[in-house]
Design a protein. Sequence first.
Length: 448
Amino acid sequence: MTEKIIWDCLKAQGLSDYGTAGLMGNLKGESGLNSCNLQNSFERKLGYTDATYTAAVDSGEYTNFVYDKAGYGIAQWTYWSRKQGLLDYARAAGKSIGDTKMQVGYLVVELKKYGLWEALMSTTSVREASDIIMLQYEKPASIYTADREKSLEKRAGFGQEYYQKFAGRPADGKGDDGGMMTAKTLCDKVVDIAQNYKTLYVMGCFGAPMTPKNKARYIASKAADGYNGRHERTKMINAATADTFGFDCVNLIKGILWGWGGHASKQYGGSKYAANGVPDVSADGMIAKCKNVTKDFRGIVPGAAVWCKGHIGIYIGNGLAVECTPRWKNCVQITAVGNVGKVAGYNTRTWTKWGLMPYVDYTDAENGKEEDDMTKAEVLQIIKEYEAQRDAARAQAGPSDWSKAARAWAERNGIISGTGAGMQYKATCTREQVVQLLYRAAHLLERK
């Protein structure tokens, strides 16, 4: 399915669910997600269909692809320089001009070139992402008419459909109150920060970029008895580049819930203090507000807060958590949850307990608690082991008394002869063995 291919390709590039859905809603509005789509008004003019135009460009029969002013592909590339870029990208990749994955790759290149990729990454709703693409990238004629708002709403609506279909949660990741982040969105965001941003452990910081002004503020902070003012910490903060974002453990969580978006140009990276009904609490204060708090980690779900005295993180699944700590890498990092088990390649922390934060929607997480996917080989191995155990138990139990006379007759007349391990009356019987038994019985009847 083309829409799933496009979704997976964009997600593989690291784009957020909001950004992916908002972008795809616009692509649907442009081309119906048809990577071979030739602008309808040009089909008669040029004498081609979607398929024949694509084939003619690929074969070299049609040589005016760049300058014909016909919209083409999932994004309906029209301007000559952009079509030239698409054609060059396809040829370099050795792909058809109508190849879906190739077009997604070129789309990402363009978005990054125009500075829109970062904007998409920081969006907090499908509508925000959709508007960015429609107003700054696609720029259809409808945005310059009286129906501008209706057009924006329509494309955002397409995007929300993809969000619900592929992200598996309500549109925009909100609950019924319109303001609650889903557990999956929270996990996606903490992983994104750990993997794709420069971060530094800075006490009391909830995502501020390390500009000179912010450095001075946090070094002078009295948080934790002036922790940031200690010589070694001050040295680290002053050495940080301006594209580095500061967090501490609980402020990583609060910053995200307060709307952090990785904006280096904003004082707190996009966070708004105490926004969305999330209070400014400590790590110990956050776990105190959690529900279903327990020390039993067997039922832990992604998005849950994991806690030990004075420290907190977010469980992301598969035995891993994201935490911001001065230990190990001195930043936001992915670590193994020792309560679940060690994971190769990750530092391990054993937590005290976990709970569900009241500011996060765990509906999907609780409905589908983690279960490890099993390979076919693993399933077959389990079946094999079960059958071996069953057969061994049957052999040990011996035959039942009710078959005693029949067994004696079968042995006396050579119907069954057994193996080196005995008669094995409780063992399973293959079709081949059944046929052999019937064959012997038939011969016995013939002799009589």
